[in-house]
Design a protein around this ligand. Structure first.
Ligand code: LMR
Length: 397
């Protein structure tokens, strides 16, 4: 049965980590995958996470099955983080949340569920988008098209083009939107632009699916969720995938959630019952540990403060690396203006480096980046930034 199986290509992002791990050069740098490393180049275990784990291990709980949608405490903590503690929306029980296997798992169960609801819909993702978005929705058997998003000439959003594309979509099309820290470009919509997007989504009867993988990495927990607040107040129904991989540095625990905003508590009950069937046939019910740790941190006033502080440190260090990289490139005599790197938000910079330049960075300098020119600023530190700036200066010269 396997004789004719073709060798699949490496994943465009995680495949880079495989190649990086196999690279024996001592001063290699992985700017490919979106992972935050501290200034020592180490993957941090957050103090708030450690404290929650220690408390948990003092009195280790037995590991029964979780409810299909995960624990109530976790799901409510996710809702509070996304939608605030006391909005009418939560009081009206218009939001259902299911723990998911990371943000990717949330997108997957959302995609599978939407396939049951709107089987003939087309999914639209931004041009460009996170590499896995297309693959995920195609795996759920949706046709996937793109809408205009990034404008390489301004390094910003081609908003007129985006609105025109949204306006041309057929009713019930699914529109995948990045709630903040657009991956890969780092170019986000302004609040006024979000208002216009919401108006078109309502007027055209489109289905919004918001991907929130980087809450807290642009300006902070609350400001980064402003778009969710806007959607919540619009009266629309929509989906949100969210992740704690980056904000809790819990990548390998795969802690995420799918939230769906409905019209009423009655609708919520029916939607959740159907979503549970999707989950049950995918992986039955979610794992315990990571979500328990996140829930413990989010519901403990002390640990919550500790976590928000650590998240701010990550955000500020990335920002410092953006500024340092731009300054160093300038100091090295690079003519091209890289100041746009400072405006971009989140972990990434869409550098404008070509696939050929990215190949040279890897082959000659041991610096790994995504072939689209996306680099992860969160992997820069004071030890490797000079080498990276030197290499970029050399390839753009
Ligand atoms: C990324 O874009 O690098 C991250 O979201 C990691 C991943 O799963 O691709």
């Amino acid at each position: 049965i396997f004789a004719d199986v073709a060798l699949a290509p490496r994943d465009p992002i995680l495949g880079l980590t495989e190649a990086f791990n196999a690279d024996t050069r001592a001063n290699k740098v992985n700017l490919g995958v979106g992972v935050y490393y501290d200034d020592e180049g180490k993957l941090p275990l957050l103090k708030a996470v450690r404290a929650a784990e220690e408390a948990r291990m003092k009195n280790p709980p037995a590991r029964g099955y979780q409810p299909i949608e995960g624990s109530v405490v976790y799901d409510q903590a996710v809702q509070a983080l996304l939608f605030g503690h006391d909005t009418q929306l939560l009081r009206d029980k218009r939001v259902i949340t299911a723990q998911a296997i990371g943000g990717t798992g949330a997108l997957k169960i959302g995609a599978d569920y939407l396939k049951r609801l709107v089987p003939n819909a087309t999914v639209y993702i931004s041009d460009p988008s996170w590499e896995n978005h297309r693959a995920l929705f195609e795996a759920a058997e949706f046709p996937v098209k793109t809408y205009t998003y990034y404008d390489a000439s301004t390094r910003g959003v081609n908003f007129a083009g985006m609105l025109a594309d949204l306006n041309a979509m057929p009713k019930d099309s699914i529109v995948l939107l990045h709630a903040c820290c657009h991956n890969p470009t780092g170019a986000d919509l302004s609040n006024e632009q979000w208002d216009q997007v919401i108006d078109v989504i309502r007027a055209k009867g489109l289905i919004a699916f918001l991907d929130m993988a980087y809450q807290g990495f642009a300006e902070g927990i609350q400001p980064d969720a402003i778009v969710l607040d806007k959607f919540a107040h619009s009266g629309l129904q929509f989906l949100v995938s969210s992740s704690f991989s980056k904000s809790f540095s819990l990548y390998g625990e795969r802690v995420g959630a799918l939230s769906i905003v409905t019209e009423s508590s009655d609708e919520s009950a029916r939607v959740l019952s159907q979503l549970k069937r999707v989950i049950r046939t995918n992986y039955s019910n979610p794992p315990t540990h990571g979500a328990a740790v996140v829930a413990a941190v989010l519901t403990s006033p002390e640990l919550r403060v500790m976590w928000e502080h650590e998240l701010a440190e990550m955000r500020e260090r990335i920002r410092a690396m953006r500024i340092a990289l731009v300054e160093k490139l300038k100091a090295k005599g690079v003519k091209q203006d890289f100041s746009f790197v400072i405006q971009q938000r989140g972990m990434f910079s869409y550098t404008g480096l070509t696939a050929d330049q990215v190949d040279v960075l890897r082959d000659k300098y041991g610096i790994y980046a995504v072939s689209t020119g996306r680099i992860c600023l969160a992997a820069l530190n004071n030890k490797n930034i000079d080498a990276v700036a030197d290499a970029i200066a050399a390839v753009v010269a």
